[in-house]
Write a protein that binds this ligand. Structure first.
Ligand code: GDP
Length: 490
């Protein structure tokens, strides 16, 4: 919220309505408290309940996190293979989040893990590989969210669909049973449960893995001290399907479609290097324009430059009045310059779309007389994994997109989802082209919410114990407009 300051300067609500904790060192993480100065629109206000829950989670992270007696104790138990239950591990339970693939996927995965940790009273620890330990500031005061070296499950980063200790495989092999026997697994003494379970919620998760989204299974998982989770998706819509979480989710997020917006602004602060990339670019190219339009052109390195995609971008932005129409080269009716300025931020692995767009707005007058400048920070050509400067640029560009006033994204792309969530922007999504020679009609559509889409959701009704359309079970969750089988919170 921007309020008039005492001395006539603008004063900013740098804590975002209490979303952020106060008192963290500003120099070591400039973005945390400065980001508000770069946003024209105030973000959504968090509920007081969410604010208090975040402070509680921070206290839990400090009490049980790395370096504490509770943490050493819990590691001992994990090494010994015994599950401690609540008393033995001083009430501390843990969720280790493994994320991989592109930066968008990793941010969605980590945000999802955090939500699950909050809902289940677990400490979140993030596997630092894949640059997860490099790009962000620590989100929790006076502790670390990074899993320290020497974690006893030596090969945890290789856990996959075939890992014997995955929850799905333990169910399949009857190591854990939820449905039969005198004593339901949810009431088994902790000593009879494994010390840890691996939760595989990747795009290739099996039906058993996806029982994670059922109440009975959540009652079992609750008693296991250590969970290791791998996902490349935004699983929050699936958590709305668990009845046991619904009331709490309703209290935390009275406006369900702001869930990711709050979590991503709370957790992910660019480190000082990335913040330099963001602010220098913003100040030099975007700050003075009256309006900023972000266009995310997700292409793959092997794809040739496509006139059809360029046509889709033009049709979408002009139809939705995000960019002005162009007049023919020597149109005598050119209006006088309106002195209105519009800056277009293009992000893409390729520079051709940006260069062609820029050329068009140089060579032709606009129908409105507006001056349109076109900018693209980088063109990395190919997606790369584990390259530090590549990830830093991707993070800076996601953040810059989030600072625009209107955003056009590419269907299916998690890169765009993160930008829209950070900015609190409901994007125009460019629909996927069925084949490369066909421009979809309409070329794009306004999304139903600013939430990301869960690309690999379960298709199972836990109560009826059979396959079902999970987009029709609870009112907060429906199918995505950019991926028909995906689920999103509305
Ligand atoms: P998704 O694959 O579209 O869902 O998005 P991800 O972020 O998960 O993965 C794509 C990765 O490719 C990014 O993390 C970047 O490393 C790279 N990439 C894709 N598009 C861009 C772009 O416009 N700018 C930059 N700098 N990198 C990009």
């Amino acid at each position: 919220v921007v309020q008039p300051g005492v001395s006539g300067e603008r004063s900013y609500d740098k804590l975002l309505g209490g979303l952020l904790a106060d008192g963290l060192d500003e120099r070591s993480c400039r973005s945390r408290y400065q980001s508000v100065m770069y946003r024209r629109r105030p973000g959504k206000q968090p509920s007081p309940y969410l604010v208090s829950k975040l402070r509680q989670q921070e206290a839990l992270q400090r009490r049980c996190g790395p370096g504490t007696a509770a943490y050493s104790h819990a590691l001992e138990q994990l090494r010994s293979g015994r599950s401690g239950g609540d008393t033995a591990s001083q009430g501390c339970k843990y969720l280790v989040s493994i994320s991989y693939r592109g930066l968008g996927n990793r941010i969605l995965a980590t945000a999802s893990a955090f939500l699950y940790a909050v809902l289940t009273g677990r400490v979140l620890l993030v596997d630092p590989s894949n640059e997860m330990g490099e790009l962000f500031c620590e989100p929790f005061p006076d502790t670390t969210w990074l899993l320290p070296p020497g974690f006893p499950l030596a090969s945890y980063t290789n856990f996959s669909i075939t890992t014997a200790e995955s929850y799905g495989n333990m169910l399949r092999n009857n190591v854990i049973r939820t449905d039969v026997g005198d004593v339901p697994a949810s009431q088994l003494p902790a000593s009879q449960l494994p010390a840890f379970s691996y939760v595989h919620l990747d795009h290739d998760a099996t039906e058993q893995d996806n029982f994670f989204f059922c109440d009975e299974d959540q009652r079992v998982l609750r008693n296991i001290s250590w969970l290791v989770m791998r996902t490349d998706c935004y699983i929050a819509p699936g958590l709305f399907l668990v009845m046991g979480f619904q009331e709490e989710l309703g209290r935390l997020f009275p406006e369900p479609d702001t869930l990711f917006h709050h979590i991503v602004r709370y957790l992910f602060h660019p480190n000082n290097h990335v913040w330099g990339l963001v602010t220098r670019y913003y100040d030099a190219y975007l700050a003075t324009a009256q309006q900023r339009v972000g266009i995310q052109v997700r292409v793959f390195g092997s794809q040739p430059n496509s006139w059809e995609l360029l046509e889709q971008i033009m049709k979408c932005t002009q139809k939705e009045k995000l960019l002005p129409e162009l007049l023919a080269a020597a149109d005598p009716a050119s209006p006088a310059p309106s002195r209105k300025t519009k800056a277009v931020l293009v992000t893409s692995l390729k520079s051709w779309y940006y260069e062609t767009l820029k050329g068009m707005y140089w060579e032709h007058a606009t129908a409105t007389g507006e001056a349109v400048s076109v900018h693209q920070p980088s063109h990395e050509e190919f997606q790369r994994f584990g390259a530090r400067s590549h990830d830093a640029k991707a993070w800076a560009e996601i953040y810059l997109l989030s600072l625009t006033d209107a955003l056009v994204t590419t269907a299916w792309s998690t890169f765009g989802y993160v930008a829209q969530g950070l900015g609190g922007l409901t994007p125009w999504v460019m629909y996927r082209q069925d084949n490369d020679t066909h421009v979809p009609d309409p070329p794009c559509g306004r999304d139903v919410s600013m939430e990301p889409c869960f690309h690999a959701p379960p298709f199972y009704d836990c109560r009826l114990k059979r396959g079902a359309d999970t987009g029709k079970i609870v009112p907060q969750v429906q199918h995505c407009i950019d991926m028909s089988w995906g689920l999103k919170i509305i």
